[in-house]
Design a protein around this ligand. Structure first.
Ligand code: NDP
Length: 476
């Protein structure tokens, strides 16, 4: 594949020049081969990107809503047209199975952009309130720092609402999977986004990420990643009083009530947990089952797990690929070992390398399920970010809700019941930003984000645009 856009993107120019830092290699996690490299940027690149973004702000922020929405329409069309190239790029850099890359990684961003354009057109940017006229005003230059797990969607869900709001952006994509973000920048340029509205600086978090957070010319930071880094970002951003949005993952509970269709709920729950090799911030990693149904649930889950044999992501039949990096693989294996050491009952997978002749290289782990997991244990409390499911038994509905809320995170969740009204009542008691009822699908127009240590602020749709607006009131 042609990775010609492996450069910084500043003020509409692609900058290949290396500085004193060595370029950052990008690995294919299925083969462990280096497939490209990106130049490592530093504070000087961030500064130039901020200057470009500041320069572009005055004209971009004064474009009409319809003009900005039309740029988004054009972007969505181009993204749709380039779906195959985007999917292949994500498969190469992330190890996502090609089918999943097409259906999810390359398709969801098209919906994200279309929904943002729709939301933009529906929002009121000017209202009358007594003797005031209140204007919604873009916050200015936005710094976006993104992870590798959904390398296009995570970028789109920050930069597109920011741009829709009239802001300009300095983006630092993950150094683990930067290629699709750079391809996206190229597509945005083709879609007619004016120079300087989006700038991309490649590099390491502690250098480029931190320089973004510290820069006084950046007005707001939107970050997705780990809890620890998110906390550091918020602390650092406080020094320049930047507005901050944090999306920091979770430990979401899948509450299966006693009247639910157990087979469907467990199978869908397993599929959700293993999606994207378990590398989803809102993955349903805790499955809560009535104690008397634990052994039936375990049986269904084991059978479901058997259908997730790790395989070559380029193969159309593969449902689960490797993890994104050696570091991620090692950390997931350590988590599985901790679960075993804590005495949790293993019913699928384990810490050993998966079998299979084709898997002699690559950062593969076995899709793993533990049952009878203690709700206070490591397996039930920590975000593992790999295909590891913890099944937990509960006595009654009260206890199910208590266990669901026994987490320092609060991003997602699910409830299953034959009675949708009962499910809704339980869902409303779960302290998270989102809850899916009876397999309700992801909605790219609905506010997405967390509470507690999952962060604050919302992405997607009109809530995502709001994140990048402030209000100015004029009194008459
Ligand atoms: P990080 O939080 O370290 O990385 C997320 C982004 O932040 C990356 O772009 C990273 O840069 C950048 N970054 C790192 N350090 C700083 C800093 N000091 N200042 C500013 N930006 C910084 O996550 P990891 O990739 O290390 O993943 C570790 C764990 O995080 C996972 O196992 C998972 O539990 C969780 N995670 C959660 C995600 C979510 O969706 N909420 C997504 C990804 C991970 P760099 O390119 O150098 O990595």
């Amino acid at each position: 594949m042609d990775h010609q856009w492996t450069a910084h993107f500043i003020a509409g120019e692609w900058e290949h020049e290396a500085d004193e830092r060595p370029p950052i290699p990008v690995e294919n996690p299925a083969t462990e081969q280096v497939i490209a490299s990106v130049p490592a940027g530093g504070a000087a690149h961030v500064h130039r990107a901020v200057v470009a973004a500041r320069g572009a702000f005055s004209s971009w922020s004064t474009r009409t809503i319809e003009e900005r929405a039309q740029v988004l329409d054009g972007l969505a069309d181009l993204l749709e047209e380039r779906r195959e190239l985007i999917a292949r790029t994500v498969t190469e850099e992330l190890g996502a199975p090609i089918k999943l890359a097409r259906q999810l990684h390359a398709t969801l961003p098209v919906h994200d952009v279309r929904e943002t354009a729709r939301a933009l057109r529906s929002m009121e940017f000017e209202t009358e309130l007594g003797n005031s006229r209140v204007y919604a005003v873009p916050v200015g230059v936005v710094g976006a720092i993104t992870p590798w797990n959904y390398p296009v969607h995570q970028v789109v869900s920050k930069i597109v609402p920011a741009i829709a709001a009239g802001c300009t952006v300095v983006l630092k994509p993950s150094e683990v999977a930067p290629l699709s973000a750079l391809l996206l920048a190229r597509i945005m340029q083709e879609a007619g986004l004016p120079d300087g509205v989006l700038n991309v600086v490649n590099g390491a978090g502690p250098e480029v990420g931190q320089a973004i957070v510290e820069h006084p010319g950046i007005d707001a930071v939107s970050f997705t990643g780990s809890e620890a880094t998110g906390r550091a970002v918020a602390q650092q951003a406080a020094l320049t009083l930047k507005r901050v949005t944090l999306e920091l993952g979770g430990k979401s509970a899948n509450v299966i009530l006693d009247d639910a269709d157990l087979a469907t709920a467990v199978k869908v729950g397993v599929a959700n947990c293993f999606l994207n090799s378990g590398q989803s911030c809102n993955a349903l990693t805790r499955m809560l089952v009535p104690r008397e149904l634990l052994s039936s649930a375990a049986e269904i889950a084991t059978a479901a797990a058997a259908r997730y044999a790790p395989g070559d992501p380029a193969d159309e039949r593969t449902r689960i690929g490797p993890l994104a990096s050696a570091r991620q693989r090692d950390s997931v294996i350590r988590a599985i070992e901790t679960g075993l050491a804590d005495g949790a009952k293993l019913i699928a997978g384990g810490p050993e390398r998966p079998a299979g002749d084709a898997l002699t290289s690559g950062y593969y782990v076995r899709p793993t399920i533990f049952t009878d997991v203690d709700p206070d244990s490591f397996l039930a409390q920590e975000e593992i970010f790999g295909p590891v499911l913890a099944i937990i038994g509960y006595g009654d509905e009260e206890e199910a809700v208590a266990i669901a809320n026994n987490s320092r995170f609060g991003l997602g969740g699910a409830v299953w019941s034959a009675d949708a009204e009962r499910a809704r009542t339980v869902a409303r008691r779960i302290h998270t930003g989102q809850v899916d009822i009876n397999g309700g699908a992801f909605n790219p127009a609905a506010p997405f984000g967390g509470v507690k240590n999952s962060g604050y602020g919302r992405e997607l749709g009109s809530a995502g645009i709001e994140e990048f607006l402030h209000r100015q009131s004029l009194q008459f």
